[in-house]
Design a protein around this ligand. Sequence first.
Ligand SMILES: Nc1ncnc2c1ncn2[C@@H]1O[C@H](COP(=O)(O)OP(=O)(O)OP(=O)(O)O)[C@@H](O)[C@H]1O
Ligand SMILES: [Mg+2]
Length: 357
Amino acid sequence: MAEIQLQGVSKKYSPKDDRYAVEHLTYTIPDGSFVSLLGPSGCGKSTTLNMIAGLESVTDGSIIVDGRAVEDLEPHKRDLAFVFQDYALYPHLSVADNIAFGLRMRKLPKAEIEQRVREAATKLELENHLGRRPKALSGGQRQRVALARAIARRPGVLLFDEPLSNLDALLRDKTRAELKILHAEIGATSVYVTHDQEEAMSLSDRIAVMSAGRLEQYGTPAEIYRTPATEFVAGFVGKPRMNIVDAAVIGPHRVRLEGTSLEVDVPDADLGERSAVRLGLRPTECALVAGTAAENDGTVLVVEPLGNATDIMLRIAGGEFVVREAGFSSFAPGDPVRLDARAAAPHVFDAETHLRL
Ligand SMILES: Nc1ncnc2c1ncn2[C@@H]1O[C@H](COP(=O)(O)OP(=O)(O)OP(=O)(O)O)[C@@H](O)[C@H]1O
Ligand SMILES: [Mg+2]
């Protein structure tokens, strides 16, 4: 049982820094949930996680676990376990001893330790490797040992910092699915740092999207994807990346893509007195029709077949624009095309504040 509340949490690594590494983070990680901290390199994900762990001090604000402020508690007095990117296994200890290490430190009875090691090893399919040293294991197996060590502790909170990033793509996808099953089984509140939006979307109950030390949005994967709160979130989540272009306001709820004839209804956006906005359209929701030299919205720049879909990059007046078609495409570089966005859910942002309208 562990609910984690961040209340105005800020971090400065040195009093001389003019900038906070993270600033005014306020949100609640519900008991038993899986929450990802998502954002590009340097946005403050690890800093946030390390403050929850107690590995870094909190400069301002408070971290409250189950109603109790923990920012002054030593890490080992917090009921949590950490899984690092580099696994941090003890090279001179066997797999079994690595898994048992934290339990021995806590002076659990021997029989209890043995039982927990066996149980964690079974969950992570390590039964046959218990006698080996970490260097005799593959990267994926080492990752499992690190996970087994964490869950053997049966902590209220599990913290992960990019735990899959050293695995190859295939193993990463497999481990991701296993992690989801594991979380459902053990139910510990999990906080998971990643810069991979797909990983965050597929694993999480909620995602905290961060940029430059600030929280951009905190919500479920569906909320983040369907109603991104800022232009940053819109561009960061979703693959291929959302097209976000300048658009002129031509009616109370209608805009036109800069330099094209494409007009889009934006029934849900409050455009106010604005004459120009930023318009976001997902590549998967747009379509192309053949144009002519005289009438087109742009020309095809690159065609990228992927098997189940084809990404077509266009040059339009306002810049570049990507459309994803199903299957293989009949368009070729140089073709003049017209854009069709009738099936798209448009996203509209203020041109200055970049906030959703
Ligand atoms: N020990 C430190 N001393 C000083 N500044 C630091 C320290 N650790 C991180 N920073 C700075 O704080 C900011 C946030 O760093 P942090 O490591 O939290 O980012 P991150 O989102 O985890 O990035 P990455 O994806 O690259 O791991 C960065 O500007 C970084 O340079
Ligand atoms: Mg980091």
